[in-house]
Ligand binder design. Structure first.
Ligand SMILES: NCCCC(=O)N[C@@H](Cc1c[nH]cn1)C(=O)O
Ligand SMILES: [Zn+2]
Ligand SMILES: [Zn+2]
Length: 459
């Protein structure tokens, strides 16, 4: 009578679209998960997270965070698992070949929103725990769970909760495990020991708060879009090199030993390129590709608010526009130093244009990079468990994206954090036709069970 992945995927727990219907679904999702953990024998607390103020003045309730505990034997180590049960939006009309909220198996692949990000891995951990229950075996370690429902919306209010629970819920925790990313291969398991951070910028250029007719005003204005395009064009060159002065100053120097870690990773570049449907990457070797995803910063331009982006040929001059870009940060870059460097650079470029428009730069998100010590006990336990279940050594990888909670745990709770992904490189998290392979889901469950046993031995 345990929940299946199909039942969990059927709950439309979208945290990104701030509408009451999805919030209700999120509350239902968290209630179902709390009930599951209770039936597993855990002591469960659903923490009220208050409400979220939206930019349009609306307020929406934040789904509760689940804190659960199973076992408190002082002779055993305590492993805390973090996961999230909210999902990215999914719209069947938009490229999905099956209903995103109906888990559908095709050729051993389980398609559905949240299948790999992150409902499948959370359920795999729960299944591993329940396997010990079913076999009437004592759990080898004490287990804690922290499960949230707002990760895809930026883990709203979670940092405050972690801070508040630092000396309570987290006081007895020895190790933290997250399973919220993917392998770098289709078949070879991985352990993740680092993620990049992210600093997200908005640059607003404003002439007035209404658009202009380009026949009536074109030729006599400093156009906001022309200013903005020049600003955005000044950020990165065609080889991907970021042009903000000083931005590379604090990037950790590259050592020979580190290069060898990239050499050891199996990555079929041709397959990677083909499955990504990209004609050519900026770099030609595996080592360069991995380094530019994991250990060097990158700058991406995301969009322009206020731009005319519909089909057709409207002859408008937008009166104000907001450019959006972000810089993925790596050790040892500092968020506030980056904020100053970017602001100064944009101000310099803008002042050289002698524009009469107003420019405002703001950093709306500052997430730190995270890197762990791969000699920590739980890394050894995860490696041994992978050998047992998969009969191979894992790829030791980093992730080019950002999992803010990893750094929060490291900084606030001061505990070792490991990422043990279960999904394959082509699972399509955040994309249409997200899936988890049946094989990954089942072997992943075994991996977590083996990990508990290894942790018990090594603790
Ligand atoms: N493979 C794990 C993906 C997790 C993820 O997508 N995180 C977001 C977090 C974020 C960063 N800036 C804004 N949100 C990401 O884009 O990396
Ligand atoms: Zn996720
Ligand atoms: Zn996600």
């Amino acid at each position: 009578d345990f929940p299946t992945l199909k039942e969990w995927v059927a709950i439309e727990s979208d945290s990104v679209q701030p509408v009451p219907r999805f919030r209700q679904e999120l509350f239902r999702m968290m209630a179902v998960a709390a009930d599951t953990l209770q039936r597993l024998g855990a002591h469960v607390t659903s923490v009220d997270m208050g409400s979220q103020q939206l930019p349009d003045g609306q307020s929406l309730p934040i789904p509760p965070v689940i804190l659960a505990e199973l076992g408190n034997d002082p002779t055993k180590g305590t492993v805390c698992f973090y996961g999230h049960l909210d999902v990215q939006p999914a719209d069947q009309g938009n490229g999905w070949l099956t209903d995103p909220y109906v888990l559908t198996e095709v050729d051993g692949k389980l398609y559905g929103r949240g299948a790999t990000d992150n409902k499948g891995p959370v359920l795999a951990w729960i299944n591993a725990v329940s396997a010990f229950r079913a076999l009437e075996q004592d759990l080898p370690v004490n287990i804690k769970f922290i499960i949230e429902g707002m990760e895809e919306a930026g883990s709203v209010a979670l940092e405050e909760l972690v801070e508040k629970e630092k000396n309570r819920f987290f006081s007895g925790v020895d190790y933290i495990v997250i399973s919220d990313n993917l392998w770098i291969s289709q078949r070879k398991p991985a352990i993740t020991y680092g993620t990049r951070g992210n600093s997200y910028f908005m640059v607003e250029v404003k002439c007035r708060d209404q658009d202009f007719h380009s026949g009536t005003f074109g030729g006599i204005l400093h156009e906001p879009m022309a200013d903005l395009v020049a600003l955005l064009g000044s950020l990165v060159d065609s080889s991907g090199h970021i042009l903000v002065p000083g931005i590379y100053d604090e990037v950790a120097p590259l050592t020979e030993e580190e290069i060898n870690t990239y050499k050891a990773i199996h990555l079929d570049l041709e397959e990677y390129r083909n499955s990504s449907r990209v004609e050519k990457f900026l770099f030609d070797t595996k080592e360069e590709i991995l380094m530019h995803l994991w250990r060097y910063p990158s700058l991406s331009i995301h969009g322009i608010e206020g731009a005319f982006d519909e089909p057709g040929a409207k002859t408008v001059i937008p009166g104000q526009v907001i450019g959006k870009f972000s810089i993925r940060l790596v050790p040892h870059m500092n968020v506030s130093v980056v904020e100053k460097q970017v602001t100064r650079h944009l101000e310099d470029v803008f002042s050289k244009r002698n524009s009469s428009n107003k420019m405002v730069v703001s950093m709306t998100l500052g997430l730190h990079p995270w890197i762990a010590n791969i000699n920590d006990t739980q890394y050894l336990a995860a490696k041994r468990a992978i050998r047992t279940v998969f009969g191979t050594e894992p790829d030791m990888i980093r992730d080019g994206s950002t999992i803010p909670i990893a750094k929060m745990f490291q900084e606030i709770v001061h505990k070792s954090v490991v990422l043990i992904p279960l999904g394959a490189v082509d699972d399509g998290e955040h994309s249409q036709n997200e899936k988890i392979n049946r094989w990954n889901y089942i072997e992943g469950t075994k991996l977590f069970a083996a990990f508990f046993l290894e942790m018990a031995q090594l603790h």
